[in-house]
Design a protein around this ligand. Structure first.
Ligand code: TZP
Ligand code: MG
Length: 222
């Protein structure tokens, strides 16, 4: 993948769908197809938590979902597993604060997209310094999806980063729905990332399109 521009990154973050098999009510490939039909702009493979697939079956699912993304020209990001991302030729990697250091990951993945989760201003600053293409800021609201999620921080950190002049692409995460997405954008985020709002929906395509309405309700401050 050629080096990601800031403008393109902002566009891709508009509606960022994250999922793994344990998050879905039906087959993850069906959910992803429907989510794409509903207008998602970026996808992250996050096979994590109790009952998640391991080894060959995990990699098989990753290959399948990446194939779907490729067919629809949706960039495919891998959560945590840098080696898997490199092996598959994924478009990028997303890491948290407990994963490999962002600067090390940047060295390994070259120009691939690097996303880093940030919960504080200092974490955000360090991620930018290490060469992140975007920040995942959160959890913004209460989430039932991540067992070890930190305390919700609300949209305040996104706002603070913008007020302090940080113009890195930002996506909000955690407890985001079509009802509160606009609040996250109004604070200065370029987009929202969701798991359950799409993966648990009876109609993932409809859920995605409703989220897009929420996101588009507010003109971003960027
Ligand atoms: N990181 C912070 S909150 C979260 C992750 C992966 C879970 C988001 O899931 P949901 O269902 O959109 O609240
Ligand atoms: Mg992680």
């Amino acid at each position: 993948m050629t080096k990601m521009t800031v403008t393109k990154m902002r566009e891709l973050l508009k509606l960022y769908f994250i999922t793994g098999s344990v998050n879905c009510k039906k087959n993850p490939d069906e959910v992803l197809e429907e989510a794409i039909r509903g207008g998602i702009t970026l996808f992250q493979f996050r096979e994590k938590g109790t009952g998640s697939l391991t080894r060959a079956s995990r990699e098989e699912l990753a290959v399948k979902l990446m194939g779907i993304c490729r067919r629809h020209r949706i960039p495919f990001i891998v959560n945590d597993d840098v080696d898997l991302a490199i092996r598959l030729g994924a478009d990028g990697v997303h890491i948290g604060q407990d994963d490999e250091r962002a600067s090390e990951v940047r060295k390994k993945i070259g120009d691939k997209i690097l996303g880093v989760s940030a919960h504080t201003l200092e974490e955000a600053r360090l991620a930018i310094e290490a060469g992140a293409n975007y920040l995942g800021v959160g959890p913004i609201f209460l989430t039932a999806t991540k067992d070890d999620a930190k305390k919700p921080i609300g949209p305040g950190l996104v706002r603070e980063l913008r007020e302090k002049g940080y113009d890195i692409p930002i996506v909000g995460i955690g407890g985001i729905t079509s009802a509160n997405a606009a609040e996250v954008i109004a604070a200065g985020a370029d987009g929202v990332s969701v798991i359950s709002a799409i993966s648990q929906a009876h109609e993932p395509a409809l859920a995605a399109s409703e989220l897009l309405v929420g996101v588009s309700r507010v003109e971003s401050k960027n």
